[in-house]
Every structure is written in C-alpha cells, then in structure tokens.
Design a protein around this ligand. Structure first.
Ligand code: 2P0
Length: 340
C-alpha cells in the first residue's frame, strides 16, 4: 500500500512516541495576503503553485486551549461541536496525524477573536493556533520551519499565521513539501494600516479550497497566474523593504483582481465579489484619482480589505465609516512557541 503522504510529513517531523499531553494554550493571528496563494500543485499536502506574502492582523486571530481528557471533544466559540460535523472531522484528522496512532485524547477549546461581523473567520489562524498548541501540549519542540510545514498541511494559509507582521511563504519545489514553508520578513512598518470593509458577513457559498481547485481545473486564464503571482510576490517584498507604499499597494490590488479574474473565467464561473464589493472599489478608485493612497485586496469572499498609511486614516474612515481599522504592528508580544 502507498504510504499516506500527509502522515509521512508528521512521521518525519515528530518523535516516534509522544509524551502524554499537558494543558496548553496558543494564539495565532489571522492574515491577509498581499500576493495570494491560489492553486495547488499537491492537494493533500497543500503545496502551492506560487509563493505568497501576507500581513498578519495583530490581535485578531484564534486562541486554542488543549487539555488531556478521557475522550476527544471540541468547543468552538463557546459551543460544543459534534464529532460528525465536517469542521470537527477536518480538525481531528489533523490532530490524529499529529498524535500518530497513539491514544492521547484531548479536549479542544478554540475561540476566534475576530468579530464575526467582519466575515473573516479563517482556517489560517485556526490551524496555526492548533499547531502551536499541539507543539506545546506534547512538548514536541518543533522549529519554526517545522511548525509552518505542519500548519500548512492543515490549511495552506495557516503556514503564514505563525508570526506577526509581513510573512512570505515560499512555494518550494520538492514533492514532499519539506521546502514549502513560511518565514517572517524583518520589516517593521508601524504606520501600515488595514481596514476591513464588510459587505457580507454570511457563510460563503463555496469554500476557498473548492474555489481554488475548480479554478485550476477549468479556468483557461489560470495558466497565466502562477508566474505573475511569483513576480508580484517578489515586487511586493522588494517594495516593503524599500517602504515604497505605492508599489506595494498597486501590486497587491492588481494581484487580487488578477486572482478574481481567473475565477470569473472558470467554467462555470465563480464570483465571490458582490455588487457591493465593486461599489467599494469604485469609491476607492475615485478617491485615489483625487490623491488618496489607499488600495484594495479581496479574498475568497465579498469583503474588501484596504491598505493605507496612518496619515490617511481620517480620509479612509470618512469614505467607509463602517470599516474596522487594524494597526498590524501595534502588538505587544511575540507569538509563543514552546511550553513555559
Ligand atoms: C490567500 N486564500 O493567499 C488566498 C487568497 C483565499 C484567497 O489562502 O485548501 O483556506 O486550506 O490550503 O488556506 C485560502 O485558502 O486553503 C487562501 P487550503 P486556504 O490568503
């Protein structure tokens, strides 16, 4: 029988026998990609066709507590989740890979610190916080690179959610994904801001995972995406180092619109953007023609995220009074990795 490629990743990185778990809590921030992950070269391992680059959302993320228990249980945002719920099935499949056939039951309590109304609930912070908590609970002493590889297997974008600030996930080349992990960029930009303009906080109709796979499989425009996304990633990293905000913004906005164009060309077409999303873009573009240096990025949902600098916050709030503004560098602590 062919070995399970996903289990092989965990087998390579973890000790043969895990210690009995101790109680552990971990936080991981959500993140927004300035250059997007869109398309996989390997689905079970979440290996991407292109590198991506994100900014983390400060204190907005997921806190997860693990405790030894008599049987596995999951509580999410204060509510018990049935073991037959698809969310619990995906989460425990990941935990089982980590536990590697050993009977080490856990109670899992996970809470999003992201306001539900922001419509941003993400698997990125969820799988990153779970990976950090498992590492602590089992005292596995994984390195940052190993943590990122394991989080990636849970959800691709989770590989980027282990740090605050700007993070780059290199696509890697190898079949086993051992060279596909994220790393923090040593760039501090305290005046960098993000605004979330919520136009729809309901559950999306297609998961980003399904949307991504459908686009790769059917969109004739997709073939142009990986090389352009790789270039965008490099341009944005360079512009961040040079603190060239206009280049960061123009490139990020074009990258997001390019990703959405690949979806619109899918057969049948896929569109996460709503008329209200386009109205936000029209308002933004008019303001930009009038001199405002703010840019948009959109993910697998209708909400629009803006990036701008602190000096323009008043103008952004005047244009979008309901927007939630985030200062991603106003976070006090590094993200904890190991048991105290
Ligand atoms: C990103 N997205 O770079 C892109 C932009 C959505 C649009 O990463 O299948 O939930 O779990 O690896 O990480 C969302 O995809 O997908 C995502 P899986 P994931 O942020």
């Amino acid at each position: 029988m062919k070995p399970d490629a996903t289990q092989t990743v965990f087998d390579k990185l973890l000790p043969d026998v895990l210690q009995a778990p101790v109680s552990a809590t971990a936080f991981a921030p959500s993140n927004i990609a300035l250059s997007k992950y869109w398309g996989k070269r390997d689905k079970p391992l979440n290996l991407p066709l292109n590198s991506s680059l994100s900014v983390s959302l400060g204190n907005w993320g997921t806190t997860t507590t693990l405790s030894p228990a008599d049987q596995d249980t999951l509580v999410f945002n204060g509510k018990t989740v049935s073991g037959t719920d698809p969310f619990a099935i995906r989460l425990f499949a990941f935990v089982n890979h980590f536990r590697r056939r050993q009977s080490l039951p856990l109670s899992i309590e996970s809470r999003n610190t992201i306001p539900t109304a922001a419509g941003l609930a993400s698997s990125a912070s969820g799988f990153a916080a779970l990976t950090l908590a498992l590492n602590k609970a089992f005292q596995a002493q994984l390195t940052d690179t190993e943590l990122s590889i394991i989080a990636r297997v849970g959800s691709g974008s989770a590989s980027r959610s282990l740090w605050h600030g700007f993070v780059r996930w290199d696509r890697g080349e190898s079949g086993d994904g051992m060279d596909s992990f994220a790393r923090p960029l040593a760039i501090n930009w305290p005046s960098f801001r993000i605004a979330i303009v919520t136009v729809d906080s309901s559950q999306k109709s297609h998961s980003s995972r399904d949307g991504m796979n459908h686009t790769v499989a059917t969109s004739p425009l997709f073939s142009a995406w990986p090389a352009q996304a790789e270039k965008d990633c490099d341009s944005i990293e360079r512009a961040l180092i040079e603190q060239d905000f206009a280049t960061v913004g123009h490139t990020a906005e074009s990258n997001a619109l390019g990703m959405h164009a690949t979806m619109q060309a899918a057969r049948p077409a896929l569109s996460y953007l709503k008329p209200e999303s386009w109205a936000v873009l029209e308002t933004l573009w008019q303001a930009r023609r009038n001199g405002l240096l703010a840019f948009a990025t959109m993910d697998a949902g209708a909400n629009v995220k803006l990036i701008y600098l602190e000096k323009d916050e008043t103008s952004v709030k005047a244009l979008f009074p309901t927007a939630t503004c985030i200062a991603p560098f106003s976070v006090e602590r590094a993200i904890e990795r190991a048991a105290d």
